[in-house]
Design a protein around this ligand. Structure first.
Ligand code: 6OG
Length: 171
């Protein structure tokens, strides 16, 4: 009998600037061939916030002050631990965005384009079809800077079986 299950801590950081959002095309590991924010596992001895800054630096080459904006909790059938993902945003950064071993960074339009106005949009819309299936539920809140929490239980086919998302009311 186990009093508690295992949880693995992850971070995921997004840079939002001038109605653009920075995503990375993941070249290896968990979520390979999908666009996502920049992040990874929280290492022993570091806080989630420290890990988020480190991973953004390692994966995109930039340094930023991050603001915590959400918590995601995932379970996957047949994986004996749950994923706790702390989600962060930055509105400015220093350094130069670079492609790394792990990620190919790319800016996307963070505003819903009203196609008549934007004849030649400078940036593509967020590529939800090439992202994790839960992202459309919470990314719109993140873009508006509205704190959120969510849980998704994935089946073995990586399909969302059950989910729950909420905006955290501002006090
Ligand atoms: P490394 O492979 O770099 O970390 N992650 C998820 N991100 C989204 N958007 N949706 C999910 O739905 C995710 N599950 C994990 C956390 C993996 C990165 O992938 C994120 C990390 O930033 C299930 O160690």
């Amino acid at each position: 009998w186990m009093p508690f299950e295992q949880v693995k801590l992850y971070t995921n950081a997004f840079v939002l600037q001038d109605n653009k959002i920075l995503l990375g095309y993941k070249k290896r590991g968990l979520g390979k061939d999908l666009y996502n924010g920049f992040g990874g596992k929280v290492e022993p001895g570091e806080t989630s916030a420290e890990a988020a800054v480190r991973e953004l630096q390692e994966e995109a080459g930039i340094t930023a002050t991050l603001r915590h904006c959400g918590v995601l909790f995932f379970t996957v059938t047949d994986i004996p631990y749950a994923f706790h993902v702390d989600v962060y945003i930055a509105s400015e950064y220093s350094g130069t965005i670079i492609e790394t071993e792990e990620m190919r960074p790319q800016w996307f339009s963070a505003t819903q384009s009203t196609s008549e106005m934007d004849v030649t949009p400078e940036f593509l819309p967020i590529p939800y079809e090439t992202m994790w299936t839960d992202d459309p539920f919470w990314l719109p809140l993140l873009i508006q800077g509205r704190p959120f929490v969510g849980r998704v239980d994935f089946g073995s086919d990586n399909c969302m079986q059950k989910w729950w998302f909420a905006e955290i009311p501002s006090s």
